[in-house]
Write a new protein. Sequence first.
Length: 126
Amino acid sequence: MTSTSTITGVRTIGVTVCDQEAALGFYLDTVGFDLVMDASIGDGIRWIEVAPADARVSLALTQGERSADEIDTGIRFTVPDASKERAEMAARGVAVGDLIQWDGVPAMFTFTDPDGNRLYVVEDRP
């Protein structure tokens, strides 16, 4: 099957947050991401993107209402050492899940932002 798409990658993934300023503080100050963009796009709407240092894909913190107590975003970040990252995030006050280690699968854990968005951290395979 031949593709006719000229899409070459993913730039931004949206995460709905209730309070953009609080979410921005969490992702920058607690998780340790960098600010990629913070712009007013009219009618009181703010476009905010954050990302890990040197990442090619960013998270857009989009203003909205929560539809559930916790939302599984399916977003997975990679780290060299999942156990170490989990301990460091927990020490910074991030709500982290248990470290999961299955045979043949990279170690991983979940974390939840203040809006109930569940994200994953997975150990990068060499």
